[in-house]
Ligand binder design. Structure first.
Ligand code: 5GP
Ligand code: MN
Ligand code: MN
Length: 396
């Protein structure tokens, strides 16, 4: 059950003890709850300070959206699928499988060439690629010179917090789970609109420049929505392409077996959706939160070596049908680099086939909150469908 926090013109419902939340994040939440357009704020148990707006928050507004609150990785999210393989099918040494996945799915720094033409991949063929790329021509003019890169980065992971994992659930079934967003084109579009919003006259007296909004019925809002929804689609397709590449690798790697796959689960955790609550049409920004409407399947990852939960939404409207997007950071990247060593990383990732070098220390499990407590704090938002533990974790 949520705590209720005052300090805005709407109550802030929060699924963790506010006393445990950093003061900076609480200030961000109060600022949001004071915006004239805000209809409600719901805060998830993975909440922490974020650029633009608190990570782990849901901001429901009437006739307005704040592009900096949506953030620069428009459509960032997770995709997961269960296979018919079981842990008994896997060799003890998973380094070869990891190497094959790393080769097939480019991380995508710079202008990588994608290994596939997505329209040629079975299962991805029928997805309206022609209309999708035609939509590109309608985007803001800054997109024009970036089309080549947007094409070659489709199906690439991105660095830092993005990952691709092979996992096993408690029944022994093998899963693939991955995390990525709209890559460079999403960021370029987001930056463009964030700056445009900050220049608008109605945004000059805000407590925080990052809360600059576009208003419904204006041309600027229409332009933002067009680019936003396109970038969200790009992010979903990006993950779908990588998932198909990984499925192909696994199918070939276990050539002696017939591998079957369930339906793929995909959820954004940085995005905007138009939703109606009590007859009121709202623009709901989930900034580090997933949709958890009744029956919706979602993915809540912990960290490199602490597992991931597949969940089903319970449709709690007080939370605007949402749930947490992960465990959430316990500390900043800088503090993580100061607090932990490579030895800590090796110890905390035991049993997982993954990078264990100084380049990923800021992603060490100890830098994230305890995923079990985060899941326990939201039993009125989601129910657990499966619990996965990592076998292989590829980091960008
Ligand atoms: P974000 O999108 O905010 O960067 O990350 C989403 C969540 O993913 C984090 O809050 C964290 O709980 C989780 N996470 C970060 N790195 C990993 C990883 O390598 N594997 C898994 N399974 N989860 C991770
Ligand atoms: Mn991202
Ligand atoms: Mn993300």
């Amino acid at each position: 059950m949520p705590y209720t926090m005052r300090g805005g013109h709407v109550p802030i419902r929060i699924w963790t003890d506010p006393a445990e939340v950093e003061p900076g994040a609480l200030d961000q939440l109060r600022n949001v709850a004071n915006l004239p357009w805000v209809h409600g704020v719901a805060v998830m148990p993975d909440v922490h300070y974020g650029k633009g707006a608190t990570v782990g928050s849901v901001i429901a507004m009437r006739d307005a959206v704040a592009p900096a609150a949506v953030g620069v990785d428009i459509g960032c999210g997770m995709t997961a699928v269960r296979s018919s393989l079981t842990v008994d099918d896997l060799p003890d040494d998973l380094s070869r499988l990891r190497a094959r996945i790393e080769k097939a799915v480019p991380v995508g720094r710079g202008a990588h060439k994608t290994a596939v033409d997505p329209s040629a991949v079975p299962g991805l063929k029928e997805r309206g690629w022609y209309e999708f790329w035609r939509g590109y021509d309608e985007l803001a003019p800054i997109a024009r010179s970036r089309r080549g890169r947007a094409t070659s980065q489709l199906g690439t992971l991105g660095s830092g917090n993005h990952f691709l994992e092979v996992c096993a659930d408690d029944a022994g079934a093998v899963w693939v789970v991955l995390h990525s967003g709209s890559r460079n084109i999403g960021k370029e579009l987001a930056d463009h609109h964030i700056e445009a919003a900050m220049r608008l006259p109605h945004n000059q007296d805000l407590p925080d420049r990052d809360l600059a909004v576009f208003l419904s019925g204006t041309r600027k809002m229409e332009e933002y929505r067009r680019d936003l929804f396109w970038a969200q689609d790009y992010a979903r397709r990006n993950r779908a392409v990588m998932m198909a590449l990984t499925q192909n690798v696994i199918t070939r790697h276990f050539a002696g077996k017939r591998v079957r796959w369930d339906d793929v689960i995909s959820c954004h955790h940085n995005y905007v959706a138009e939703e109606t609550y009590d007859g009121v049409e709202l623009l709901v920004t989930r900034k580090g939160a997933i949709r958890a409407g009744e029956g919706d399947l979602g993915i809540i990852p912990g960290s490199m070596a602490t597992g991931t939960y597949i969940v089903r939404g319970l449709g709690n409207e007080k939370a605007f049908n949402s749930a947490s997007h992960g465990a959430g950071r316990r500390m900043s990247r800088t503090r993580a680099r100061k607090s932990f060593t490579v030895d800590d990383l090796i110890e905390q990732t035991q049993g997982v086939e993954c990078r264990k070098d100084s380049g990923v220390i800021d992603e060490i499990p100890g830098a994230y909150k305890d995923i079990e407590s985060v899941i326990e704090a939201q039993t009125d938002l989601v129910e657990v469908v499966a619990h996965l533990r990592q076998l292989v974790c590829v980091k960008g």
